[in-house]
Design a protein around this ligand. Structure first.
Ligand SMILES: Cc1cc2nc3c(=O)[nH]c(=O)nc-3n(C[C@H](O)[C@H](O)[C@H](O)COP(=O)(O)OP(=O)(O)OC[C@H]3O[C@@H](n4cnc5c(N)ncnc54)[C@H](O)[C@@H]3O)c2cc1C
Length: 458
């Protein structure tokens, strides 16, 4: 027997608007990371007297790259610690992009550090690189362990390269990625055992350790303790699974005092459904309606193993939801008028925002782009919301070739949305569409700070 029913019933009680919460500004965080990197270089500089020979140059380049790598590693982990002000202010997708970019630099720094130090020491000791490598591995404290850690980092970097990652299952890649924690543990001690900047500098050792400990504590707290505590305080179960269209279902999850989770329209949770086949996977899905005190709803398109299996969930299945995450909320808004542009299943967070973002008649517009009529979900719900709040709603259905134009091109948007520049614009859809819509909005002179978007691809 399947638990699938037609169309989700409408919720009873809406929760109160979420209170304002601390949000980190992306530029402030980038500036803080940059300042930390400058401090790290200063740590090397204050400890360096003269650099005269070629060997000195190599060794010092190795020291700086090593210090920056040690700093980079801890920043990379901090970005993924799911620290709420970062998640709310920057957004999980942007944090993941920073992490991926920073990861590439850090892996290069690690490789450069190992090569430069080995080469520099061999030049200073008038020996060859092979015998110097052997000396470093066998005679220098903790260097062997650090080398294994460094190789693990490089291996994780290779696995994360776009071409390799595309061939792996998400979960395989994710679990391999966890080896970075082992790598950090293996590499940590050699920094104090051999790093000239730390050996004679106790305050530097204390600060460096505090940085690593603070990030480790954030990981344990935000990725393990908080979600576990939350699931104990707010146990959730699947209330029903409803068909929305071909290959698209909604799952309604019920629980008590869910408003205390502080979720807002536009946000997502990482969902773990505790069945025999699914308990090990945790996938992100956005709320597809404004959260209430006793119910959350997600809407899922069948795109792979996990999303397809969700259609077979039974009412009563226990749910472990980690979140809320995501920065694409009404807190981003600074204008009275709001335009939502959704593509395909990207409608889910925008459907919730369309329903709940504050605004009077004529303030809110939703453009919903889909290739085919069958890809459109929530048609009746969206029409009801539009009628109830006096919002504008346009379905832009059909392939570009059929329509004879791109309905999301700059001139078309400017012609169809009066005072386009005066709007905050929220965009969610396939990455290709989001990229071209953002470019079109920029062409139409919508300021970048008024364009808010979220990617479904981490
Ligand atoms: C912030 C966010 C919100 C999302 N909201 C929705 C939504 O409301 N409705 C909807 O249908 N889809 C949503 N998605 C996409 C959805 O998470 C993926 O389609 C789904 O996880 C695919 O899993 P799969 O096993 O079915 O497919 P697979 O074939 O295993 O995966 C397809 C792709 O999905 C991504 N993916 C898979 N597992 C994960 C994971 N655990 N974490 C992050 N990415 C993963 C990877 O890029 C992968 O290449 C959202 C994604 C993100 C990042």
């Amino acid at each position: 027997m399947t638990a699938l029913m037609n169309r989700t019933p409408h919720p009873a009680a809406r929760s109160a608007p979420a209170p304002a919460r601390v949000q980190a500004h992306p530029n402030a965080i980038l500036a803080a990371i940059g300042a930390g990197a400058v401090a790290v270089v200063w740590l090397w500089w204050r400890d360096t007297t003269t650099i005269s020979t070629f060997g000195d140059w190599l060794t010092n380049a190795g020291r700086v790259t090593g210090l920056l790598a040690g700093y980079g590693v801890v920043i990379l982990v901090a970005l993924m610690a799911r620290i709420p002000p970062l998640e709310r202010g920057i957004g999980a997708d942007k944090l993941a992009r920073w992490h991926a970019k920073g990861g590439r630099y850090t892996v290069c720094l690690i490789a450069a550090h190992a090569l430069l130090i080995t080469w520099g020491y061999s030049v200073l000791a008038h020996t060859n690189v092979v015998s110097q490598t052997s000396t470093l591995l066998t005679s220098y404290p903790d260097v062997l362990m650090a080398t294994v850690g460094g190789l693990l980092f490089i291996a994780v970097g290779v696995v994360s390269a776009r071409a390799v990652r595309a061939r792996l299952r998400y979960e395989t890649w994710f679990y391999l990625h966890l080896y970075t924690y082992v790598a950090i543990a293996l590499a940590f001690s050699h920094q104090f055992a051999t790093g000239a900047e730390f050996i004679a500098n106790r305050p530097a050792r204390v600060l460096w350790s505090a940085l690593y400990l603070a990030v480790a504590a954030a990981i344990v707290w935000y990725r393990i303790v908080v979600p576990l505590r939350q699931s104990l305080r707010h146990p959730m179960r699947v209330q029903g699974v409803y068909a929305e269209g071909p290959g698209v279902i909604s799952i309604v999850v019920s629980g008590a005092r869910l408003d205390r989770l502080g979720a807002e329209s536009g946000q997502f949770f990482r969902w773990r459904f505790l069945t025999r086949d699914l308990w090990w996977a945790s996938n992100p899905y956005s709320l597809s309606e404004a959260p209430t005190s006793n119910r959350l709803r997600i809407t899922v398109k069948d795109l792979g193993e996990h999303s397809a299996a969700l259609g077979r969930l039974r009412p009563g299945t226990r749910v472990f939801a980690e979140g809320p995450y995501g920065a694409m909320t009404s807190a981003r808004r600074s204008r009275r008028k709001v335009l939502f542009i959704a593509g395909g299943i990207g409608i889910t967070p925008l459907r919730a925002l369309f329903e709940s973002v504050p605004g009077g008649p004529g303030d809110v517009t939703l453009l919903y782009r889909a290739s085919n009529e069958t890809d459109v979900v929530f048609r009746a719900e969206l029409a009801a919301i539009a009628a109830q709040r006096g919002a504008r709603l346009h379905f832009l259905v059909g392939r570009r070739a059929q329509l004879g134009h791109d309905p999301l091109a700059a001139d078309v948007l400017a012609a169809n949305v009066p005072d386009l520049r005066g709007h905050d614009v929220y965009v969610c859809g396939p990455d290709g569409m989001t990229g071209s819509v953002v470019a079109a909005l920029r062409t139409a002179k919508v300021p970048r700070r008024h364009i808010h978007h979220e990617s479904f691809e981490f």
